[in-house]
Design a protein around this ligand. Sequence first.
Ligand SMILES: NC(=O)c1ccc[n+]([C@@H]2O[C@H](COP(=O)([O-])OP(=O)(O)OC[C@H]3O[C@@H](n4cnc5c(N)ncnc54)[C@H](O)[C@@H]3O)[C@@H](O)[C@H]2O)c1
Ligand SMILES: [Zn+2]
Length: 370
Amino acid sequence: MARVEIELPHHRYEVIIEPGVLANLGGITASLARHARCALFGDANVLALHGAAARASLEAADYEVVVGEIAPGESNKTLASIERIYDVLLDARLERGSPLIALGGGVTGDMVGFAAATYLRGVPFVQCPTTLLAMVDSSVGGKTGVNVAQGKNLIGAFYQPVAVVADPWVLGSLPVRELRCGLAECIKHGVIRDESLFEFIEQNVGVFLSAAEDTASATAAADTMAELVRRNVEIKASVVIEDEKERGVRAHLNFGHTFAHAIEATAGYGEIQHGEAVALGMRAATRVAAELGICDASVQGRLSDLCEAGGLPTRIELASDDVLQGAMRHDKKVVGSRVRFVLPTRIGEVVLRDDVPPECITAGWAEIRS
Ligand SMILES: NC(=O)c1ccc[n+]([C@@H]2O[C@H](COP(=O)([O-])OP(=O)(O)OC[C@H]3O[C@@H](n4cnc5c(N)ncnc54)[C@H](O)[C@@H]3O)[C@@H](O)[C@H]2O)c1
Ligand SMILES: [Zn+2]
């Protein structure tokens, strides 16, 4: 079993990564937030697949379990869904000590986390991520929230869980496209901090992809997958510990995302997944770095080869440069009027630059335009 400690100034918790650990969700929750009752939330897909196991584990730890279902998908990551979560909690008269458990992907984790931060001004919260993206990215770091008409994740709170419980076995039911998207964020972590992680993904990409949509293969791949999750959580945790509220180095996690957000904002709804946009964005940003002469061509080659091996897109139809530039300037991470880019200098290291000439950005777009 792997445990990664997240030690923040006001709070400490562990990410527990182990094949089969879902069966111990109740015991772990009870050791941190003992109470007569708890609330388990998941989206309809995840509850149908893994809800019974999670519930049985919580009941075995003597919880009376209130189960709440969330409508699946990014389009339901809304304040209306949060209100429905509050209704479940209020109708069941859940009290301040009752833990809330988020069983699911990033959509569920972000929303249940936000509800936990605000219900009775804060109740204990356990993350039980069931997508690779949620295991390596969204469940660690304490960002919670919802989308509004004006943009994604604009309403939210920093709120840390009491524990994160990640079971690689549950990835056996995950659609392969979702697994690939999680892999894109893992590749990102390798580029920004850790060349040996990047190599580990290069060596095992086939094993990781085999884990999706097949319970037997997910079980066979579980140890390698657990190592992938642990190494990524360690990187995300180290960045978050250094910069909990995103004032400095946490920006490195945004590698590929300035381009990705513009791709997502200009592509039709449902056309492209976030992880796919990140894969393209990383390639565009790496081209920008090459144009600036701060990284050599081998970085570009290794990154495109790995994205391709991971089944991630390397090109896409794009809007005009003007439209894309406009979308970039609207990104909420833009500081002042300058667009700030995270650019690799080699695999394992990035720098922040807000002085990128327009022609380099154009070259970045050209790199991924089909
Ligand atoms: N809080 C953060 O720091 C942070 C970081 C990155 C992303 N996010 C957020 O995460 C969200 C994306 O998360 P996601 O990619 O996990 O999406 P998701 O939660 O929508 O899950 C993707 C799909 O997979 C299904 N699913 C989940 N687990 C499954 C399983 N084990 N088997 C079968 N199906 C399963 C879900 O029902 C859903 O249809 C976005 O809203 C994004 O903003 C947050
Ligand atoms: Zn991302």
